[in-house]
Design a protein around this ligand. Structure first.
Ligand code: ADP
Ligand code: MG
Length: 428
């Protein structure tokens, strides 16, 4: 289901771009992502070197942290779950989420501007993400910046090590402009990453000595160990550097973990920071509902990721755009359906609600009860288009008819979608 929703987001943006309406607003993945300072702690546990670092939640803590570096230059880095921090900007005008600084006083000044403000990067969308902590780290001047990542690869159906000697910048750009600069090494997951293969990669990347090549190769092997043992879906180090003082270090770390493995990775999943996620998506999760925000004007309530995608497609065909999707799954009760409506209505852009349910395990009459309750209690004023098919359909229709509420009910998806699009367009 979670995987399906990742596909769903890309499908939503595909459908939107087909309509030349720009990408979907939501880019958030359903895989757990953890802050850089926590990622670095995990790297260290796997024997992977990083600069020394101290997290801080207040300017005073940042000041105290900076003093521990004994006058050495440090970097202060906004702890926000998004890439591109270095080139981002804060909503208060401060440019850059990563700064090289010389004194503890300077660290405190930066921390004052960063903590409590929102950082906007090319990955956060226009709203940005709140910065609640910074990381003070030892500055280690890079002689060269590399890229290294472990990911699951669809083509080979294996984990792969992806490396490049053009790190530091966006790997998507390197892939587009200079694909030869990317080395992809498949990994036999029964054996792990072979040290010999890792050494060959390190050699091709061109570290400046055999000793550093060896260190880089060991880093790759350990990155895969982490990926494997922690049920990661993404381990991305950008940049991995050779420093001027002759060390191989991870200066940045982005780790993602498979939500399906939360039951056996409790320690990792405890590290979740919901302040970095969309509040309504977090709220939906508490009710066992899947909520996806998009950027159109039709609020959609469906059951199942497949039906959600079909609904998105049909609405797009009819010239409409979903504002969001709420998937009630198979086990929702009337109270959860009501909650679902509340969440759908939170988006100020919603001009019509489209309920498209294919009753299987989820009974249509339960949905109908929830709809009626929600319509009454939430004093719904926008048009509600409903298409209920399947288990307990007749009972559901009876309930809606007897409710006396103005609900537009249809049997066929095509006409229902058409109606939802029209009503959203005409509604002010
Ligand atoms: P992001 O990818 O979110 O922009 P990074 O952690 O990659 O953030 O930092 C941006 C750049 O800042 C890096 O490419 C690197 O050049 C520099 N940098 C980051 N950490 C350090 C450090 N500890 N010492 C020196 N330079 C650093
Ligand atoms: Mg980076």
């Amino acid at each position: 289901m979670i995987r399906a929703y990742n596909l769903f987001r890309s499908r939503a943006s595909m459908a939107n771009s087909m309509l030349r309406a720009g990408p979907a607003a939501a880019t958030q993945k359903r895989f757990l992502s953890i802050h850089e300072y926590l990622s670095m702690g995990m790297l260290n546990k796997f024997g992977i070197d990083t600069p020394k670092f101290i997290p801080a939640k207040t300017p005073e803590e940042a000041y105290e942290a900076a003093k521990k570096f004994n006058g050495e230059p440090v970097v202060i880095k906004a702890q926000v779950l998004a890439g591109g921090r270095g080139k981002g900007h804060f909503d208060n005008g401060l440019q850059g989420g990563v700064h090289l600084v010389k004194t503890p006083e300077e660290v405190r000044d930066f921390a004052k501007k960063m903590i409590g403000s929102k950082l906007i990067t090319k990955q956060t969308g226009a709203d940005g993400r709140i910065c609640n902590a910074v990381m003070v780290a030892e500055a280690r001047a890079p002689a060269h910046e590399y890229y290294a990542a472990i990911l699951n690869d669809r083509v080979t159906q294996l984990p792969v090590l992806i490396t490049s000697n053009q790190g530091g910048m966006s790997i998507e750009e390197v892939a587009k402009e200079n694909p030869d600069a990317i080395i992809t090494t498949p990994i036999d997951y029964t054996k792990g990453l072979d040290l010999k293969a890792a050494e060959e990669v390190a050699h091709k990347l061109g570290f400046s000595s055999p000793k550093l090549e060896k260190e880089a190769a060991e880093t790759f092997v350990n990155l895969y160990k982490l990926f494997d043992q922690k049920d990661a879906t993404q381990v991305e180090i950008n940049p991995l550097v050779e420093t001027k003082d002759g060390a191989v270090l991870c200066l940045d770390a982005k780790l993602g973990f498979d939500d399906n493995a939360d039951f056996r990775q409790e320690d990792v999943f405890k590290l979740r920071d919901t302040t970095q996620e969309d509040a309504s998506e977090v709220e939906a999760g508490k009710y066992g509902l899947n909520f996806i925000k998009l950027d159109g004007n039709i609020g959609c309530l469906v059951n199942g990721a497949g039906l959600a995608m079909a609904t998105l497609d049909v609405l797009s065909l009819k010239g409409g755009k979903p504002a969001n999707f709420l998937d009630v799954g198979g086990g929702a009760n009337a109270a959860a359906v009501k909650k679902a409506f509340e969440l759908l209505l939170q988006s100020k852009d919603v001009r019509a609600i489209f309920v498209n349910i294919f009753g299987g395990i989820m009974r249509c009459d339960v949905i109908a009860e929830g709809i009626i309750q929600a319509t009454k209690e939430l004093q719904l004023t926008i048009p509600l288009v409903v298409r209920l098919q399947g288990t307990k359909e007749a009972e559901a229709k009876e309930l809606i008819k007897n409710s006396g509420l103005k609900i537009f009910a249809y049997d066929h998806l095509d006409e229902a979608a058409q109606a939802a699009v029209q009503k959203a367009e005409t509604q002010q």
